[in-house]
Design a protein around this ligand. Structure first.
Ligand code: NAD
Length: 445
């Protein structure tokens, strides 16, 4: 099968490389010439474990090509995936669909025979209808079927997720397109990955409903963590206790500084906007968005409190800046609000992230970027674990103690245990876990 993928970012590049690895002939297109030139030389513009090797292997086999020329990529392509960004629109929070619609127009001009156009970008309900309308208006002769096939991969585990998905959702209302999509995903189908066929509008909503539900689950446990701090309970035990109920499940129940990244914040907001437009508001999601926004900044206040309430003239060392480990993505990372909140309170920031520092430099100013955890901690009044990279899971606390001005660890990911940290003479503040044992009688007062 010959496939073109338009947009060679996280989703387009991973999808294109995986499709090529299945044996399809794939051309990845991007309007960013520098990105395409780099990809042609085997330089991967993002950090994603295993992607460099996958791209190299399939490029060498000539199953994976890169170009800025959509026309050339579409020559004899039976399927064209749209995988461009759908960021929040400035000002109102709706998904900005201008990139999707621009690509739809470009695709329309290059359709010569029956072509399946697949929306892999995360797009609001009805976008497939509009893409189809644009294509038919631009090229009335076009023999086309527009399909919705949302992507569920997670950054940091993208290849594994793409190759072993929980499900593949296909919003299709055309029999020929169904045959093409079944053929594209046949290698996975043989692995028993469930292909779910549904109506196009339903498929579009499944993606948003999934992300909104997961964002709500994280927010639930984050609020529960605040209550745990107030009443002297341990949120990890609460999460474990409720997660053992298989109607609830244990995933996405890790309390922390709030969700970030390139998907949850913008997708929850876009869903809220869609629901309001249809006069069917989603109050749970509206509240989730508001709580999460406030939580990120509240983490800065938590650090200030842990440092005695005044950080003017003090130095805070941050470990981890990306919104989660194993990615270099800084989009909507909680670290941004935390750094800004601490700087507003007068603190000096030192920071280290294994992969995200280049991206961080573009969105954070007046930060001293360091070479590792120990360099970061040097002379600091507090060490804050913001992102749980493996490199921060077994820190040398005796060494840190000799380097730091004050022995304080604020662990926003609950990586450590208080008893362990206390052995090394550190004060330890985490999320939703008591700072010290609260006697039962006292807790009840
Ligand atoms: P990205 O910003 O990493 O990549 C988008 C790419 O599209 C960029 O390289 C850009 O140069 C290119 N592009 C823009 N306009 C173009 C045009 N007219 N022609 C050719 N190329 C063009 O975005 P992403 O993270 O890959 O996300 C893409 C979509 O997938 C979004 O809708 C996102 O919500 C969704 N999604 C992302 C993830 C994720 O983990 N990143 C997961 C699931 C779904």
């Amino acid at each position: 099968m010959r496939i073109a993928v338009v947009g060679s970012g996280y989703v387009g590049l991973v999808s294109g490389a995986c499709f090529a690895d299945f044996g399809h002939e794939v051309t990845c297109v991007d309007s960013d010439e520098r990105k395409i030139e780099a990809l042609k030389k085997g330089v991967i513009p993002i950090y994603e474990p295993g992607l460099d090797e996958l791209v190299a292997r399939n490029s060498e086999a000539r199953r994976l090509l890169f170009t800025t020329d959509l026309d050339a990529a579409m020559q004899s392509a039976e399927a064209v995936f749209i995988a461009v960004g759908t960021p929040s629109r400035r000002g109102d929070g709706h998904a900005d669909l201008s990139y999707v619609y621009a690509v739809a127009r470009d695709i329309a001009r290059n359709i010569r025979s029956f072509t399946v156009v697949i929306n892999k970008s995360t797009v609001p309900v009805g976008t497939g209808d509009e893409v189809e309308r644009i294509i038919r208006e631009t090229n009335p002769e076009a023999d086309v079927a527009v399909v919705s096939n949302p992507e569920f991969l997670r950054e940091g585990a993208a290849i594994e997720d793409f190759k072993r998905p929980d499900r593949i959702v296909l919003g299709i209302e055309d029999e020929r397109a169904r045959a093409v999509m079944t053929e594209i995903y046949r290698p996975l189908y043989l692995n028993k990955a469930p292909l779910m066929f549904t109506a196009r509008r339903t498929s579009e909503l499944i993606k948003y409903a999934s992300n909104a539900f997961l964002a709500m689950k994280i927010t639930f446990i984050n609020e529960m963590a605040d209550l745990c701090e107030a009443v002297g309970s341990n949120v990890q035990d609460v999460a474990h206790g409720i997660g053992l109920d298989n109607r609830i499940g244990s995933k996405f129940l890790h309390a922390g500084p709030g969700y970030g990244g390139s998907c949850f914040p913008k997708d929850t907001l876009a869903l809220v906007k869609t629901a309001q437009d249809y006069a069917s508001p989603l109050r749970l999601i509206e509240t989730t968005v508001a709580i999460n926004d406030q939580r990120k900044r509240a983490m800065a206040r938590k650090i200030v409190r842990a440092m005695g309430g005044d950080v003017r003239g003090k130095t805070v060392a941050l470990l981890g800046l990306t919104f989660k480990p194993n990615t270099d993505d800084m989009r909507d990372s909680p670290a941004i609000s935390i750094v800004q909140g601490l700087q507003d309170a007068g603190a000096t920031i030192r920071a280290f992230d294994p992969e995200g520092m280049e991206a961080a430099k573009a969105c954070l100013s007046d930060v001293t970027y360091c070479t590792d955890a120990y360099d970061t901690a040097a002379g600091a009044d507090a060490l804050v674990l913001v992102t749980e990279w493996d490199a921060f899971r077994a820190l040398d606390f005796p060494r840190l103690r000799t380097l730091m001005k004050a022995a304080l660890l604020v662990d926003l990911r609950n990586v450590y245990r208080r008893e362990f940290i206390a052995q090394h003479g550190f004060r330890y503040i985490s999320v939703g876990r008591p700072e010290e044992d609260i006697p039962v009688a006292l807790a009840a007062e």
